[in-house]
Write a protein that binds this ligand. Structure first.
Ligand code: DC
Length: 224
């Protein structure tokens, strides 16, 4: 691969494990680019919901994925010219994203788009299959996890903070259903890469997990 020398740190893990926050902070500290791969599934889901393309129409949804007109600028996520950074965080969109993520042709359609994010001086990529499928030769792989309870509490605070309504019991049930789907799908299921470092952040604040990742990154740099 022509750009395999460009450093990549992959941060995979279940929903609401804090990987997004940790990945952004690590990217900021290192001056690296950032790929929030979940947002690509969410953008495709948002398009499918808006255009009423049903889950059964795999080809139709893959087409939406293939033609995503997305631009990431600062905190904004532009779909065409519309900033949908807020809209894609709705639970309805997240649930649809988890369902369409099980469709092989959708994953295939987003494959090349994701590889294109590997640019100098480096990339931090967060998702479910960053270390296993998209960047299997990444220089550092992290699997960030946390207990279901801790993740539900985080998601609750996140949603309330963004002005969405939320209910703890519904969130717990939702998280379990989504984990189940993400871990048991046939294509690119959520699982740590064999060479991933597993970090359990149940009792950590984001900055502690960031320090842990940066420590591991310093070790990788030292060895190479
Ligand atoms: O990380 P997130 O919650 O924004 O991701 C939304 C959904 O997209 C999630 O349920 C699983 C899916 N996803 C995936 O299958 N592979 C990825 N690399 C990232 C996300």
């Amino acid at each position: 691969m022509p750009n395999s020398h460009i450093p990549v740190i992959t941060i995979d893990g279940p929903t609401a494990s804090g990987k997004g926050t940790v990945a952004h902070l690590v990217a900021e500290r290192l001056g690296f680019h950032m790929l929030d791969s979940g947002s690509l599934y969410r953008l495709t889901a948002l398009q499918a919901l808006r255009r009423a393309v049903p889950l059964e129409d795999e080809h139709g949804i893959a087409k939406l994925a293939e033609h995503l007109q997305v631009t990431f600028t600062g905190g904004e996520i532009l779909l065409g010219h519309e900033n949908v950074a807020h809209a894609i965080r709705a639970e309805e969109v997240g649930n649809m994203a988890s369902k369409i993520a099980a469709l092989p042709t959708v994953r295939q359609a987003l494959f090349a788009l994701q590889l294109g994010f590997r640019k100098a001086p480096g990339l931090v990529a967060d998702g479910r299959d960053m270390g296993t499928v998209i960047f299997p030769n990444a220089q550092l792989k992290i699997f960030l996890t946390a207990s279901t309870q801790a993740r539900a509490e985080r998601r609750y605070k996140q949603l309330i903070g963004k002005g969405f309504s939320a209910n703890m019991n519904d969130l717990l049930a939702d998280l379990q259903a989504r984990d189940e789907r993400d871990m048991n799908r046939a294509v690119a299921p959520l699982a740590p890469a064999a060479d991933a470092h597993i970090i359990d952040s149940s009792n950590m604040v984001a900055l502690e997990a960031v320090d842990e990742v940066l420590k591991l990154w310093a070790q990788v740099r030292h060895k190479s």
